[in-house]
Design a protein around this ligand. Structure first.
Ligand code: 9MR
Ligand code: ZN
Length: 550
């Protein structure tokens, strides 16, 4: 990715060492646990980076010791190099607020135990998608602070790069991508896919929750209306021939200004097969999910999906677009995984035998290799999950058995990885750009495997992902703005950096440590570890939706 910062600053950021990052910051609490909290019946573990033997759990309301236990012997954590003991306070099941106290070590951050401990976080993180809206004013008040953005990018966008003429075509709406304000169809793919998958897997629980959106009170449930804001925009990204424009973007990332202040021209960027395939999948999926509430919209989505699918069949070669004049997000990748997901969603939406044939040929060609951790380029996983859990008839039983077996085997590896990690991190010792989002998205592998096998270990490991992201990590901090203990205060988010308000916009998961376990810097310049992005938030939405009360 072209850097929005001078090369020299990027290399300064990149050369922060693990030790420097650990020692330069305020001291890290050695008792690391989920600072948001735990479900009553769930396993509850803290990782302790200090010698310890016994520990107490204190009820913060009364000061009473409600549980006393013994810490495990310390174990060397391979990636951080720390010797971590575990304390297990699963026995604390009564709703309340608590902290762990260890003689000679100190006291943990407070945490909740409650049946609906992830409900408010779910609302916050889902509403954060609304706050990402482009082309409209948005406002929210959180913990007494009001955040506001005026309507932005009302001139989206110019056609210079798609037809050689300097004309305006309506490309308003949609979500900004991340800490930057551009709009990319490929990253919309995994985002809409993860959010709609949450609706399909946990809809009855989600539907009970109001999101207080401008659309609230209408005939479409809030959660779907929230996603529809993006599909409304996607229609504008489809060319008359069915190809789909890759993105709407300025030539460069803008400085830290509010979105309504960005005046640089923004352009439609030519079609790509990746964007076209993602479009097919998103529109086919939306057509199914929204049909009970708005059949006409569902029909429009399905017609658009079919049209772009036909275009893809007529253009089987991978087609990346020329982005050479653009120094913004690229989101260029192998299109085969995305074509697989597109076929899966269109088949599920229509039951069309020819589309199933295409899907199964693609699954065979891919060897049904389920990815253990994945992001915007690996949406074949969404295709496998769809294929495996569909109730439609007609699948090849041998292939179906193979896909299901691979999903379960991959989830087994995720569970083993989490168990072997000192912080229960389901991604283990792998760290890359956006790793936090991938930790959250692994919960989809686990939920799918659970639905296939019924093995409760998968459901338990889904909580490990949340615990890591909310503070059971080397920093002992929450990685989500506005939630838990010492959350990020300076995310790489242009709104947060330029609105003149101290707390950052709430409900956003930052990319996380990269390239090492401690390489996270709560510094607004550090787009490599401290940026926010729609794809990562969507994964956290899925992970939280899975834990909503029934
Ligand atoms: O999430 C993307 C990551 O996988 C890539 O390695 C990185 C570099 O290309 O780009 C990330 O996506 C960024 C996008 O290019 C522009 N908007 C912000 C995204 C999050 O950092
Ligand atoms: Zn905008």
């Amino acid at each position: 990715m072209a850097s929005p910062f001078p090369r020299i600053l990027s290399s300064v950021i990149a050369t922060f060492s693990l030790s420097c990052a650990l020692s330069a910051a305020t001291p890290v609490n050695p008792i690391r646990l989920d600072t948001v909290g735990y479900l009553p019946e769930a396993q509850k573990l803290a990782s302790v980076d200090a010698p310890c033997s016994t520990f107490d759990v204190i009820d913060t309301a009364t000061g009473a010791v409600v549980f006393t236990g013994k810490a495990s012997a310390p174990v060397l954590d391979r990636d951080t190099g720390e010797r971590l003991a575990h304390v297990d306070f699963s026995a604390v099941t009564k709703a309340g607020e608590y902290r762990v106290e260890i003689p000679g070590v100190g006291s943990s951050a407070p945490f909740q135990v409650s049946n609906d401990v992830y409900r408010d976080p779910f609302i916050l993180v889902t509403r954060a998608m609304y706050l990402w809206r482009c082309g409209t004013a948005v406002t929210t008040t959180y913990e007494g602070v009001t955040f506001h953005q005026d309507a932005c990018h009302l001139n989206d966008a110019w056609t210079d790069y798609i037809n050689g003429k300097h004309e305006k075509l309506d490309g308003t709406g949609g979500w900004h991508d991340a800490g930057d304000y551009n709009k990319y169809v490929v990253n919309a793919g995994v985002t809409v896919g993860s959010m709609l998958r949450a609706w399909e897997d946990f809809g009855p629980r989600i539907e009970k929750i109001g999101l207080d959106l401008p659309e609230s009170g209408g005939r479409i449930p809030d959660y779907l209306a929230n996603v529809k804001w993006e599909t409304d925009w996607l229609f504008k990204m489809q060319a008359p021939d069915g190809s789909v424009y890759h993105k709407i973007s300025a030539l460069n990332f803008c400085p830290f200004i509010m979105p309504s202040q960005e005046s640089a021209p923004r352009y439609f960027v030519p079609w790509s097969s990746e964007a076209t395939a993602d479009f097919v999948a998103m529109m086919a999926e939306m057509s199914r999910d929204i049909r009970p509430y708005d059949a006409a919209y569902a029909d429009r989505c399905l017609a658009a999906a079919r049209k772009s699918y036909a275009f893809l069949l007529a253009h089987p070669a991978e087609h990346h677009c020329d982005q050479s004049e653009f120094h913004t997000g690229e989101y260029a990748t192998d299109d085969a995984p995305i074509r697989l997901w597109a076929a899966a969603e269109l088949w599920e939406a229509t039951g069309d035998k020819a589309v199933l044939g295409d899907l199964e040929a693609r699954i065979r060609a891919s060897k049904a290799k389920v990815e253990q951790h994945w992001d915007w380029g690996d949406v074949q996983n969404l295709g496998y999950f769809r294929y495996a859990l569909s109730t439609r008839p007609g699948r090849d039983p041998a292939l179906l058995a193979e896909v299901r077996k691979n999903i379960v085997a991959t989830a087994d590896r995720i569970v083993a990885t989490a168990r072997a990690d000192g912080y229960g991190r389901p991604l283990g010792d792998i760290y890359y750009w956006g790793g936090n989002g991938c930790v959250a998205r692994q919960t989809m592998n686990l939920e799918t495997a659970y639905r296939i096998s019924g093995d409760k270990a998968f459901r338990a490991a889904m909580l490990d992902a949340l615990h890591y992201l909310f503070g059971r990590n080397v920093h002992g901090r929450s990685y989500v703005t506005g939630l838990g203990f010492e959350p990020p205060m300076n995310p790489h988010d242009r709104r947060s950096a330029s609105d003149g308000i101290i707390p950052p916009w709430p409900g956003y998961l930052v990319g996380g440590p990269n390239p090492g376990p401690a390489d996270w810097h709560d510094d607004e310049r550090d787009f490599r570890t401290n940026e926010i992005a729609i794809n990562w938030n969507s994964a956290l939405i899925y992970a939280l939706a899975a834990q909503l009360p029934r």
